[in-house]
Design a protein around this ligand. Structure first.
Ligand code: SAM
Ligand code: SF4
Length: 345
C-alpha cells in the first residue's frame, strides 16, 4: 500500500455561508476595548473598561482568527478600541502572518488612531501588513484635542508619516460631524490625496450611550458631505469595491479616491460578507443588531477547535439580513447599546 492510500482524505473545512447565501470571508477582531483617546462620538469621557481577565489572551485571539481562516476568511482586520495600545499586540500580527505566508489569508490589516504608529509601522510592515486605516477627523490641532479629548495631533501626523515611510498604504477615515468638521472636508481630501492616500467619510452611527453631544446633533447625512465636496471637486462615480461597505468616487482635480460609508441613508447589507469578534470573544453577526454568540467558552472548554467551529457555524446561521439604524430626535436610546470601541470599527 502506498502512503497516499493509507492517509484518509481530510475534507477541507466547509466555508461559512449564512442563510441569505452570503459567504463570510471578512473578519474584524477587536483586540482591546481600551483606547488612549476618548473621541466624543465614540466613547464617554469616563469609560469603564473591561477587567483584563475577561479579555482573550493573544494566543486565544490567534486560535480564534485561525479557526476563521480555516473556514474561508480571506481578510482580517485588527481593531479596537485602539489595537496598538494592547500590550505585545505585534506578537499577534507576527503569529497571524503565517496565514499570509501560506496563502490562506489574503490580507491582514488594522484600523488605528495612529498615536502609536511611529513605534509600530516598521514591525507591522514586516509582519505582512500592507494597508492601514487611520482615523483623522480634523487637521486643526485644537479641534483634534477637543474631538479626541486626549489626543495629540502631531503624534498622529507623525504616525501617518511613519506608516507611509514603512511602505504601508494609508487610508484616512473621517467621521462626518455636523457643525464640527464640515468646513474641513475639502482640506482633508486635499491633504489625503496630496499624500497619495484614499479617504473615506463615515456617517456617525448610533452606537453606545455618550455623556457628551446628542447623536441627532452630530449626525450629518452623506449627501451633505458630497454637496460640500462638489463645490471644490468634480466627483466621478467609479465602481471600485474594496470588500467593504464604502462606495467610491474619484475627484477629477486630485485624481484620488473618496469613499462614502452610509450606514444610515444607504443600506449596504445585501453584500455583507463580514462578522466581528470583540476582545472578549463575543461574535456579532451584524454591527447594528444585538444578537451575538459567545466564542470564549468553547475556546476555553477544550484545547481542540471542535467546539469552537460548532459555535461559529451555529452563529453564522443566525446572521440577520440587515440592520435598521435610525437617528432622529424621537429615538431616545442608541440602536445598539455597545460602543463602537467594543465591537470594533
Ligand atoms: N481606535 C481606532 C480608530 O479610531 O481608528 C480603531 C477603532 S475605532 C472604533 C474604528 C472607527 O470607528 C474609527 O474610524 C472611528 O472614527 C469610527 N467610529 C467610532 N464610533 C463611531 C460612531 N459612533 N459612528 C461612526 N463611526 C464611529
Ligand atoms: Fe479610540 Fe478609535 Fe474610539 Fe477614538 S474612535 S475613542 S481612537 S477607539
Amino acid at each position: 500500500m502506498n502512503a497516499h492510500a493509507r492517509t484518509p482524505a481530510v475534507a477541507a473545512p466547509a466555508p461559512l455561508i449564512d442563510p441569505f447565501g452570503r459567504t463570510i470571508s471578512y473578519l474584524r477582531v477587536s483586540v482591546t476595548d481600551r483606547c488612549d483617546f476618548r473621541c466624543v462620538y465614540c466613547m464617554s469621557e469616563h469609560m469603564q473598561f473591561l477587567p483584563r481577565r475577561d479579555l482573550l489572551t493573544l494566543e486565544e485571539l490567534d486560535r480564534l482568527c485561525s479557526a476563521f481562516v480555516a473556514r474561508g476568511t480571506k481578510k482580517l482586520r485588527i481593531t479596537g478600541g485602539e489595537p496598538l495600545v494592547r500590550h505585545d499586540v505585534t506578537k499577534l500580527f507576527r503569529a497571524l502572518s503565517r496565514h499570509l505566508a501560506s496563502g490562506a489569508l489574503e490580507e491582514l490589516t488594522l484600523t488605528t488612531n495612529a498615536s502609536q504608529l511611529s513605534r509600530f509601522a516598521g514591525e507591522l510592515a514586516d509582519c505582512g501588513v500592507r494597508r492601514v486605516n487611520v482615523s483623522l477627523d480634523t487637521l486643526d490641532p485644537d479641534r483634534f484635542r477637543a474631538l479626541t479629548r486626549t489626543g495629540a495631533h502631531e503624534q498622529v501626523l507623525a504616525g501617518i508619516a511613519a506608516a507611509r515611510a514603512a511602505g504601508l498604504k494609508v487610508k484616512l477615515n473621517v467621521v462626518a460631524l455636523k457643525g464640527v468638521n464640515e468646513e474641513e472636508f475639502v482640506p482633508l481630501v486635499r491633504f489625503a490625496h496630496a499624500g497619495g492616500m484614499d479617504m473615506t467619510f463615515i456617517e456617525v452611527m448610533p452606537l453606545g450611550e455618550l455623556d457628551g453631544p446628542e447623536r441627532a446633533d452630530q449626525y450629518l447625512p452623506m449627501q451633505a458631505v458630497r454637496d460640500r465636496l462638489s463645490e471644490a471637486f468634480t466627483l466621478d462615480e467609479i465602481d471600485d469595491r474594496t470588500g467593504g461597505p464604502a462606495r467610491y468616487m474619484r475627484a477629477r482635480e486630485t485624481g484620488g479616491r473618496i469613499g462614502f460609508i452610509t450606514p444610515l441613508t444607504h443600506n449596504f447589507c445585501e453584500s455583507c460578507n463580514r462578522v466581528r469578534v470583540t476582545c472578549t470573544g463575543t461574535l456579532y453577526m451584524c454591527l447594528g443588531q444585538e444578537d451575538a454568540a459567545d466564542l470564549r467558552a468553547p475556546l476555553r472548554e477544550s484545547a481542540d477547535d471542535g467546539l469552537l467551529h460548532q459555535a461559529i457555524e451555529t452563529a453564522i446561521l443566525r446572521k440577520p439580513k440587515g440592520h435598521d439604524f435610525v437617528i432622529d430626535r424621537t429615538a431616545t436610546a442608541p440602536a445598539v447599546s455597545r460602543h463602537m470601541s467594543m465591537t470594533g470599527g
